[in-house]
Design a protein around this ligand. Sequence first.
Ligand code: BTN
Length: 254
Amino acid sequence: MIADEIREGLDVQSVGRNVICVDRCASTNDLAREAAGEGAPHGTVIFAEEQTSGRGRRGREWVASPGAAILCSFLLRPTLPVERIPLITVLGALAVTDVAEQFGVSSRVRFPNDVYVGGLKLAGVLAESRFRSGRPDYIVLGVGLNVNGHPSLHPATSLGRECGRDLDRTEAARSLVEAVDLWTSRLEGPVDPFREAWRDRSDLVGCSVRILHEGHESRGRVLDVHCLEGVRLRLDGGEERLFRGEHIEKLEKT
Ligand code: BTN
């Protein structure tokens, strides 16, 4: 993809005013961190055609065929209290569902950082923060969105596969930048739009799940998902319990 083509006609307030495209890198999250260290501005976005060490949550690898997916990282420098940092992952996943909707694809967010179409993974989000004097200095929001082809990792799908045709990645990239810009502009306001969209677009509410939490397994039915608090379950034994997101190692539907 070409940066000027992504920027063309982009309707944004802050995110996407600086767009960088590279052919190949280890991970766009690493490039964005380097850019942050060199003083790159809030809203810088870095796209790569190919990553040689793409990574996901909890050290998992993220593999995508060259030129098939959108692999990008947003450098964000919001004025955000620490307890709101989980909203960055939330906004990344919500932005992907906005993009999917623009292409006529109905997708759902799966706590904590995935977007699914039916039982197939469409996208993953990886937010990494750097702190200075106890406050977030900058946050890198990485997004891997399958656009064309049949992704090999996980039971997965792509937007193009769902639409039944190959899609223009530049168009999808522009739509993603605009969606991230919109959700970023809401970060410092009330949390309600995030909470409502997160619950409405969740594919977990009402489902039976298995949670691995600080080394223990629990099973139950999801009563609610909250964008900051975590996942509330009715355990199989009848008790109600909230599992905080940062302590959940694995969550699977059963
Ligand atoms: C996950 O599914 O656990 C998250 C996957 C995030 C992948 C994206 S691709 C662009 C950015 N660079 C990376 O190394 N990871 C993220």
